[in-house]
Design a binder for this molecule. Structure first.
Ligand code: PHE
Length: 336
């Protein structure tokens, strides 16, 4: 009979096997052609017939036992291997890296967001329009007929097919009035384009336009003054606000709005050219010719427009606007 001692040795060998290769080696040693099981079965012929049955039965039990152990150990080892591999390859997505850089909004976009936030809180809807415009929406409907001298103020980029890059966000006023009925209470943030390039002008910049229209004559300059004063104090803190008579073809009367210089407090410095005031936006009561162009009758309204870069430069004390569009990370990092 196969000795129990030998059986126990093989059991120990299986249980201490550390690799799948080792298990395979043991399997061959036990169940292979020249393995111990075959050797034991070969002994059958030496055993008396009366004991053959018991011998075979016991051998089969051993065979079964060893086989089960081999399968179990192999499974255990392959699971352990899998787990180790997964641990080794795992990424800790929550890991904190002290050197990782946080991104930030571009100062112009951040300023734009603040402006839009103010007006949406004041119940203005946000409208947008195309950057490639036509003469009607950009000029004609805004009371700038073909030979109007004020067109020169705009320094337009033209395409061959009479289209143009919009020179202001005011065409969105026209598009909104043409597609909806009063009352209208909207702003239009977006990029605009002019042939301009110096310390404070770039060929592409951003504006936020505002338009309020109501039936009848209820919209007054006082409404306009109230909201712009509140807006400018929200953006710049406790500044003084002054309305200076001006001209825009699409508003009458028109005004340019100044705030007391946030750098010198109004005493006069280099930034405000010793005037104590900084010009920040244009506005006015919508000209009747604009309403005529969109087919509105018996309405009143006000409009305003501002340059976002101008606000960003004042808020962040940026001297050269062009530097903001060069994409130099060293500069942008300062606005995080
Ligand atoms: N569209 C004018 C500009 O670009 C700004 C403006 C808008 C002025 C609305 C008055 C009313 O300069």
């Amino acid at each position: 009979m196969m000795e129990r001692r030998i059986l126990q040795e093989w059991i120990n060998a299986i249980e201490s096997a550390g690799t799948i290769d080792k298990i395979e080696e043991i399997r061959v040693a036990i169940f292979g052609k020249k393995g111990i099981m075959n050797a034991q079965f070969a002994r059958m012929k030496e055993i008396p017939d009366s004991e053959k049955g018991a011998f075979a039965k016991e051998l089969n039990i051993y065979k079964e036992q060893l086989n089960t152990l081999l399968v179990e150990r192999k499974l255990f080892l392959s699971l352990a291997h899998l787990e180790a591999t997964m641990k080794g390859e795992a990424l800790d997505v929550t890991a904190f890296s002290p050197s990782s850089d946080r991104g930030a909004l571009h100062p112009v976009m951040e300023t734009m967001d603040r402006i839009v936030e103010y007006f949406t809180a004041m119940n203005f809807a946000v409208h947008t329009g195309p950057m490639v415009e036509d003469d009607f929406h950009n000029f004609e409907a805004l009371n700038l007929p073909t030979y109007h001298p004020a067109r020169d103020m705009q320094d337009t980029f033209y395409f061959k097919d009479a289209k143009l890059l919009r020179t202001h966000t005011s065409p969105v006023q026209i598009r909104t009035m043409l597609s909806t009925k009063p009352p209208i209470r909207m702003i239009a943030p977006g990029s605009v384009f002019r042939r301009d390039y110096d310390l404070t002008h770039t060929p592409m910049f951003h504006q936020v336009e505002g338009l309020v229209v109501e039936a009848g004559g209820s919209v007054s300059f006082a409404n306009l003054k109230f909201i712009l004063e509140d807006f400018l104090k929200t953006m710049f803190g406790e500044v003084e606000v002054r309305f200076r008579p001006s001209f825009f073809p699409f508003t009458e009367p028109s005004a340019e709005v100044d705030i007391s210089c946030i750098f010198c407090g109004g005493d006069g410095c280099r930034v405000c050219s010793k005037t104590g005031w900084l010009e920040v936006l244009g506005c006015g009561i919508v000209d009747p010719n604009v309403f005529k162009a969109v087919g509105y009758e018996n309405v009143s309204g006000y409009a305003f427009g501002l340059g976002v870069e101008r606000f960003a430069m004042l808020i962040h004390r940026i001297g050269d606007l062009r530097s903001l569009f060069e994409g130099d990370v060293r500069l942008l990092e300062q606005f995080r």
